[in-house]
Write a protein that binds this ligand. Structure first.
Ligand code: GLN
Length: 512
């Protein structure tokens, strides 16, 4: 197996054992990126020299026994809305194109403190608004499974980079599905943690009450190990929580197969007695048959392995998209106020004599159409005459969604559903029809409204040979149960690469 194909944990183990150096691992990823980046375009900033220096430092640290983390020396990529000191952080927007932060996001810092090496910054929808990575001012990322298709979004760059072997793992952010949906479309694993589990310090805000940073990896164990490093209270983010009893790397990895030989048995143990609910509305009309089939097949296999699987209902599915878009846009309109042409570098090219003219021109030129649409929508729903009718009503729906989940989680450990109603769409399709794009978030936004954890892992391929993901939703701060269910699903599925080779994926050699 090539170095760039290895999981983060396997790579970390080889690095600790002295079989591979971090420098070699980083160079292997850079070499891989050289081969695929012209087609995939996952990165918007790739600093090979800096990464090699960091890898050498990590190798020194490992030799001197300074790291006890299983991911020391492992090359990772970071979504471009997470601040990195001295490295551009643009949110893939013209308005931040020249911004180089003077500080590093807490989530990124926790990875580098554990000895992980940052390769660079990945492409995303502008300010994380979008579902295909096509609203980026740097142009779209392509899905490594089929470069005529979108990787999903907004963390499309991070997911494509993992899928294509350009990094061992990556960080993304999820406001309404931006980790889970692209993970599903790219055939990788990603988890959006419970709101408050991971610090948002240094994550450039989109919808502050919804945003969470989370890991993306080649399998569940990698995500569990990464999340184990990320969780924790951070005094710099007042919404971050002290980790609960179930929130340690050990709890997350409890059901991980120790080796591929024991995978099946580990999965059986994980599945036995697990209570799985299937919210039937998630499988309704509008969900592609290939996606529905994957969920039903996974449910059957889990049942055969000793889980109880039952249909259930949240009962509010038709309201989650409008509530999400009202709240997310309202918060975005407020969060994006700070980009005014004075701070962060960008100023419209023409000198203006009056201040308001300068603001207007800078914002008109600096933001793309999707961001402008959200700012207008958000300002409208917060305006005096409409606040009660839209914003306040959306908050009430949000409270009801939270209660509905609370009720359902009295009976189930996890909910199993799709991460998206379709597999990867052709590039260009969703830009033409924003409303259709918004509706595509139907499977992911409820989790954000309720602040719950949600994970997506690859299950199989649809009729077109494109990856289909499963989504597992859990109760607040019960990522351990989500991981347990994910390990059970992985065991039921078998090794991902074998599955897609058997099912004849249309990967053109750009995937791991
Ligand atoms: N597609 C959703 C949106 O555009 C979710 C994006 C996200 O999670 N950042 O708002």
């Amino acid at each position: 197996m090539e170095i760039w194909e290895m999981t983060a944990l396997a790579l970390g183990q080889s690095i600790r054992a002295g079989k591979i150096s971090s420098e070699e691992a980083v160079k292997a990823c850079l070499e891989r990126a050289k081969q695929v980046e012209t087609d995939v375009h996952a990165f918007v900033h790739l600093d090979g020299e800096r990464a090699i220096q960091a890898a050498r430092a990590a190798d020194r640290g490992i030799r001197e026994g300074r790291y006890d983390s299983p991911l020391a020396g492992v090359p990772v990529a970071v979504k471009d809305n997470l601040c990195t000191e001295g490295m551009p952080t643009t949110c893939c927007s013209r308005i931040l194109e020249q911004f180089v932060p003077p500080y590093t996001a807490e989530a990124v810092k926790r990875l580098t403190d554990a000895g992980a090496v940052i390769l660079g910054k990945t492409n995303m929808d502008e300010f994380a608004m979008g579902s295909t990575t096509e609203t980026s001012c740097f142009g779209p990322t392509k899905n490594p499974w089929d470069v005529s298709r979108a990787p999903g979004g907004s963390s499309g760059g991070s997911c494509a980079a993992v899928a294509a072997g350009e990094c061992a793992a990556a960080l993304g952010s999820d406001t309404g599905g931006s980790i889970r949906q692209p993970a599903s479309w790219c055939g990788v694993t990603g988890i959006k943690p419970t709101y408050g589990a991971v610090s948002r310090y240094g994550l450039i805000a989109y919808g502050s009450s919804l945003d969470q940073v989370g890991p993306i990896g080649r399998d569940t164990a990698d995500c569990a190990a990464l999340l184990g490093l990320l969780v924790g209270r951070d005094p710099k983010d007042a919404t971050s929580a002290v980790p609960g009893a179930h929130q340690s790397m050990d709890s997350f990895l409890k059901y991980a197969p120790t080796s591929s030989e024991t995978g099946e048995a580990g999965g059986e143990v994980a599945a036995r007695g697990l209570r799985v609910g299937i919210p039937e509305a998630f499988l309704g009309e509008g969900t592609e048959p290939g996606v529905q089939a994957a969920i039903r097949e996974a449910a059957e296999r889990l049942k055969a392995m000793g889980a109880t699987v039952e249909p259930c209902s949240l009962g509010l599915e038709e309201y989650v998209i409008p509530a999400y878009y009202v709240i997310a846009s309202a918060e975005a309109s407020s969060n994006l106020e700070r980009f005014d042409g004075v701070k962060y570098g960008f100023r419209a090219d023409q000198e203006e004599s009056d201040l308001h003219g300068m603001y207007k021109r800078s914002r008109s030129q600096g933001f793309g159409p999707e961001v402008k649409r959200r700012i207008l929508l958000g300002t409208f729903v917060l305006s005096a005459g409409y606040y009660d009718a839209y914003y306040l009503k959306a908050l009430k729906v949000r409270a009801l969604v939270r209660q509905a989940f609370d009720r359902v989680f009295e009976r189930y450990d996890v909910l199993l559903a799709p991460a998206a109603p379709s597999t990867a769409v052709p590039l260009g399709e969703s830009l033409a029809d924003p409303l259709k794009m918004y509706l595509g978030d139907i499977d992911t936004v409820a989790v954000n409204l309720a602040g719950l954890p949600g994970l997506s892992l690859p299950w199989g391929l649809d009729g077109q040979g494109l990856p289909v993901g499963l989504q597992l939703m859990g109760n607040r701060f019960r990522e351990d149960l989500v991981f347990r269910a994910a390990f059970a699903c992985e065991a039921a599925r078998g090794p991902w690469k074998e599955v897609w080779k058997r099912e004849g994926g249309i990967s053109d050699g750009k995937t791991v």
